[in-house]
Design a protein around this ligand. Structure first.
Ligand code: C2E
Ligand code: MG
Ligand code: MG
Length: 566
């Protein structure tokens, strides 16, 4: 394969020759691509070699020199642990000297008068590559379970392949096991390990048929850097079949993301893309392979932009909290009972960005608490302000992400927030999505329980979107169920959805908690929910989420209704 590119930092070459003319010629040939240093005889050469032992990539060594000849230099270099692996190319005019030099451990020789420049350059590059490759391989680190490389070694090697063979089309392939933590939790770590080592075995078999390398990163994350394959579906099938035969009837599904070779894309970027594609792959069969494409690339750039802009957005107050009312519909007319605080991002260039775009992203990157803290503080201050100005008690719910509960000071911070704003706990409710519960991490449940003990009410958001079983639900720390929007959407013309809504209301009755129906947009939906016994409704039918000033009009209206009643 052709060497088309020098690595970022130029390699250091020592040219040793007693004749100035020879030093000049070699210098002229090499100085464009290498960091060249010089010595005029053997004694000087040895000193330079010692001094640069860690950084020297190669020595170009003349044989016949005064003081100390090239053979002696070579002998001493090879006898010294520090310098013995530095490759040496011998420069010689005599045929006899070649053999002796090679026997002493020289890597190659170049005859005088000098060959074509291209030949010299190619030889130097090839010897450096070989010697680095040998050093790299001798330091290879393997993952014990799968016998694949470790992450660090894998990237070092991939970077090398990329650098020296930048025209060769190596693709990046990321493979994960769907819900691996659940597989481990349900069937035990030994079972998990059997699956992982079966994967390792099949990946190694695959790599024995094509050129490439592979690693296991943490847990179930596999990476393969291999020559372009015409059909990655075939690779996925083969891995899946192997896993199927190792899993003894337990359903374990793989997913795969591929980033195909692209000009100038280094392995780190390629694997970022492959992982992003893999994250979009679903466990169901037809979607379990995703190839990184233009659309993903645009999304990726958009996400990157959002991540970059987060801090500026906080500093420049681009985030705004909107409020959406919740009405108690069992009263006539319905009564404003509380509100939900919802974040909005007014981006100076991208316009209004919906939380559906950035909340999941920031959650994945562990940055959501920056946004959430902002919302909590604003909402708490807002509730206090409304209390003071209108004498009106309007509890506001804020959203909590699962990752917020990783902060050990969370309870303390929220308690302090309530105290600092002279609120009571009922004024600030906390919404947590059902999916956070179903992961069933004891740490998470512990935090939610402490929040409740402190006095906060917890609403389970998007209830019904996940898989909480009744049995599980009755053990969950929850005060309110917020029914997922999808149930409401079609209740007017779908009898099944109507039955599901009734079922959810029954569950809530059994758990003795009220239900909030979200996403109510029409009079018809409202009526069905009211007749079915649903207490509280949130949705466009009453109002979209509003900026605080506009929301105040709803408060004022409510105060008037109250006044009229008296
Ligand atoms: P969510 O907490 O379930 O909030 C309800 C979402 O439904 C809001 O979307 C709201 O605007 C929308 N919605 C309300 N009524 C209707 C309706 O009648 N029809 C339709 N089609 N939609 C309706 P939004 O504001 O875009 O927020 C989306 C999600 O982003 C929220 O879902 C919540 O999970 C998350 N989110 C919003 N603000 C925050 C926040 O401050 N922190 C965190 N961690 N997540 C937030
Ligand atoms: Mg919510
Ligand atoms: Mg919701």
């Amino acid at each position: 394969m052709m060497i088309t590119k020098q690595i970022q930092k130029p390699h250091k070459v020592l040219v040793v020759d007693d004749q100035e003319l020879n030093r000049d010629i070699l210098g002229m040939i090499l100085e464009d691509g290498y960091d060249v240093i010089y010595a005029c005889d053997g004694v000087e050469a040895l000193a330079a070699i010692k001094e640069n032992a860690d950084s020297l990539s190669i020595v170009m060594l003349d044989i016949i020199m005064p003081n100390m000849d090239g053979f002696e230099v070579l002998r001493r270099m090879k006898a010294d642990e520090q310098t013995k692996s530095i490759p040496v190319i011998v420069l010689t005019a005599e045929k006899d000297a070649e053999l002796e030099a090679l026997q002493l451990g020289a890597a190659d020789f170049i005859t005088k008068p000098f060959d074509l420049h291209e030949v010299i350059l190619a030889r130097v590059a090839r010897i450096i590559e070989l010697s680095e490759g040998r050093q790299l391989i001798s330091s290879a680190e393997h993952d014990k379970l799968t016998d694949l490389y470790t992450r660090n070694f894998f990237f070092e090697y991939a970077q090398r392949l990329y650098t020296y063979h930048s025209e060769t089309h190596f693709d990046a392939v990321a493979v994960n096991i769907e819900q691996f933590h659940s597989v481990n939790a349900l069937h035990g770590r030994d079972f998990g390990n059997i699956i992982l080592s079966a994967m390792g075995e099949e990946i190694r078999a695959f790599l024995s048929e094509t050129e490439g390398i592979a690693a296991r990163f943490e847990a179930d994350r596999f990476a393969i850097y291999c020559l372009h394959q015409p059909d990655y579906g075939a690779l996925l099938d083969r891995l899946q079949n192997k896993v199927d035969s190792a899993s003894n009837g337990v359903r374990v599904r793989l997913r795969m993301g591929v980033r195909e070779w692209g000009e100038g894309l280094d392995p780190v970027i390629m694997f970022d893309h492959a992982r992003a594609a893999c994250a979009l792959a679903r466990g169901d069969y037809h979607l379990s392979l995703q190839v990184y494409d233009k659309e993903m690339q645009e999304k990726e750039l958009f996400y990157q932009r959002l991540l970059n802009d987060l801090q500026t957005a906080v500093d420049e107050r681009q985030f705004v909290v909107f409020y959406q009312p919740k009405y108690n519909i069992q009263c006539d007319p319905p009564r404003l009972s509380s509100a939900e605080a919802l974040i909005r991002w007014r981006h100076p260039e991208l316009g209004m960005i919906s939380p559906g775009e950035f909340v999941p992203l920031f959650e994945r990157k562990g940055l959501i608490s920056i946004v959430d803290s902002f919302v909590w503080e604003n909402a708490a201050a807002q509730v206090a302000d409304w209390k003071r100005r209108f004498g009106f008690e309007l509890p506001v719910s804020v959203n909590l992400s699962r990752t917020d509960t990783f902060d050990s000071t969370l309870v303390e911070r929220l308690v302090k927030l309530v105290a600092d704003n002279h609120l009571i706990y009922r004024d600030l409710k906390l919404e947590v999505t059902e999916s956070a519960y179903t992961e069933n991490a004891s740490q998470f449940l512990g935090v939610v329980e402490s929040l409740r003990k402190a006095g906060f009410e917890i609403e389970m958001d998007d209830f019904g979107s996940g898989y909480s079983s009744l049995n599980m639900l009755s053990l969950m720390p929850v005060d309110v169920l917020k029914m997922d929007m999808k149930f409401v959407r079609n209740i007017e013309n779908d009898a099944t959805d109507r039955r599901l809504v009734t079922l959810i209301l029954d569950i809530a009755k059994y758990l003795k908690v009220p239900v909030v129906a979200e996403g109510v947009e029409t009079e018809g939906q409202l009526k069905i929910l009211k007749d079915a016994g649903c207490d509280i409704v949130q949705g466009y039918y009453f109002s979209r989420p509003l900026p605080a000033e506009e929301f105040e009009k709803l408060i004022q209206k409510e105060i008037e209704i109250k006044r009229d009643r008296i």
